[in-house]
Design a protein around this ligand. Structure first.
Ligand SMILES: [Zn+2]
Ligand SMILES: [Zn+2]
Length: 361
C-alpha cells in the first residue's frame, strides 16, 4: 500500500502548502529524536511525508499517481517521483550495486565503460541522512559496509602462502587469449581475458584457501566519510576504490554516498540562504522593534523599522549556508508576518477602538 502522507501529517487532502508546513513543523518538533519522548521512526515518517507533500510538484504527482505506485514494487518513492527515494531515510542502508542504483546515477555512470571491465569490483551505494545543522557545519559519518574486500590471507593475490608462481601456460603470460568468433560476416579473431589465469598472466601452484583464489572475501568494513558543509539534499559523494574489491586483483569499484538532509522544523534552505518566518504583533509593525530571531548560529536581535509591512523580508548577512567549494556563506532571510490574537481581551479591544477613532479623525 502506498502510504497516506496526508494522514501522517494529520491534514486534509485539500490543505494549503502553508497548512502542511505548519502541521509538519508541529509534528517534527514533537517527535524529534533528540528530544525526550522523541520518536525516530515517527520523525522519519513525518519527514518522508513532508518531503513529498511539501514540494508542490511532487505533491501533484502523489495526488495523481500515489496509489498507482503501490503495485509497482517501488511504493510512492518509485521512479514516478523523478528523483531520490524519500522513503529511504534509513541511516546506513546499503546495497551491493542493486538495480536501482544505475537508474539513480545514470549520469555518473555514463561514459566510462569502466563497469564493463572483466572482474572489476562493483560500485556500492550507501544512503545516509544528516540533520540540517550538520549540513550547515559539515560532519563525519562512519558507515559500515558488508562487501567483497581484499582477502587478508593472501593480500588479494589469490595464491596460498608460500605457493610458487609460474607463467600461465594458456596465455603464455599475456593474460589474454585470441579466440575465433563466427558471425554471418565471417570469422573474426578476438582478444579475450584468459580464463585460466583470470587475466593475471600468472598461476599459483596452490590457491589461497580463504578466498579460494579470487583474492577477496566478504568482510564488514567501517568507512569514515567526511561530508562537506553546504552539501545539497540528495547529492552523492564518490569515494574512489572503496566499492567492492575486484576479482583476481582487478581494480575495486567505487563507493557512492548519497546524503539526505532532514528538513529543519523552522529553517528552510533556498540556495545558499536560510529562510525563516517571524510573527510580529501589530504594534511592532507600526512602531518598530528589536526582535529575537533564531538563526543557525543562535539567536540574533533583528531591527524592525517603524512602518514595516507584513510579508516584508529582512536579510541577516552571513548567517546562511557555507558555499560548497567556495568561500563565504549565504544570508538568513526573515519574512515577517502578522499575528492577530484570536481572542483579544476587552482591554485590547478598547485600545484598538480608540485607535480606529483616531484614524477616522
Ligand atoms: Zn592465462
Ligand atoms: Zn586469499
Amino acid at each position: 500500500m502506498a502510504k497516506d502522507y496526508y494522514s501522517i501529517l494529520g491534514v486534509a487532502k485539500g490543505a494549503t502548502q502553508d497548512e502542511l508546513k505548519k502541521a509538519y513543523r508541529k509534528l517534527a518538533h514533537a517527535h524529534h529524536p533528540d528530544k525526550t519522548g522523541g520518536d525516530e521512526a515517527k520523525f522519519k515518517e513525518i519527514n518522508e511525508a513532508y518531503g513529498i507533500l511539501g514540494d508542490p510538484e511532487k505533491r501533484r504527482q502523489y495526488d495523481q499517481f500515489g496509489q498507482a505506485f503501490s503495485g509497482a514494487g517501488g511504493g510512492p518513492s518509485g521512479q514516478g517521483f523523478g528523483g531520490f527515494d524519500f522513503s529511504n531515510f534509513s541511516n546506513q542502508g546499503f546495497g551491493f550495486g542493486g538495480a536501482n542504483m544505475e537508474d539513480l546515477f545514470s549520469d555518473i555512470f555514463t561514459g566510462g565503460g569502466r563497469r564493463a571491465r572483466s572482474g572489476h569490483g562493483a560500485d556500492i551505494q550507501v544512503d545516509i541522512s544528516i540533520s540540517f545543522e550538520e549540513m550547515v557545519r559539515g560532519t563525519k559519518r562512519t558507515v559500515r559496509l558488508r562487501k567483497q574486500a581484499r582477502c587478508n590471507s593472501c593480500s588479494g593475490s589469490g595464491g596460498a602462502p608460500g605457493a610458487s608462481q609460474e607463467s600461465c601456460p594458456d596465455c603464455h603470460g599475456k593474460g589474454s587469449v585470441m579466440r575465433n568468433v563466427n558471425t554471418i560476416l565471417g570469422t573474426f579473431t578476438q582478444s579475450t581475458a584468459c580464463g585460466r589465469c583470470h587475466a593475471r598472466g600468472k598461476v599459483f601452484s596452490e590457491s589461497c584457501r580463504t578466498c579460494r583464489g579470487d583474492g577477496r572475501t566478504e568482510q564488514e568494513i567501517s568507512q569514515e566519510v567526511s561530508i562537506p558543509e553546504g552539501i545539497g539534499n540528495g547529492q552523492a559523494l564518490s569515494i574512489s576504490g572503496e566499492g567492492a574489491a575486484g576479482e583476481y586483483g582487478a581494480p575495486a569499484g567505487d563507493l557512492y554516498v548519497v546524503v539526505h538532509v532532514e528538513p529543519h522544523p523552522e529553517l528552510d534552505r533556498r540556495g545558499d540562504d536560510i529562510t525563516s518566518e517571524k510573527k510580529l504583533r501589530f504594534d511592532q509593525f507600526v512602531l518598530g522593534d528589536k526582535v529575537p530571531v533564531k538563526t543557525i548560529d543562535g539567536t540574533v536581535n533583528m531591527k524592525v523599522p517603524a512602518g514595516t509591512q507584513p510579508g516584508e523580508t529582512f536579510r541577516i548577512r552571513g548567517k546562511g549556508i557555507p558555499r560548497l567549494g567556495r568561500f563565504g556563506r549565504g544570508d538568513h532571510l526573515v519574512r515577517v508576518d502578522i499575528e492577530i490574537p484570536r481572542h483579544p481581551s476587552e482591554e485590547m479591544k478598547r485600545h484598538i477602538e480608540a485607535l480606529r477613532g483616531a484614524e477616522r479623525g
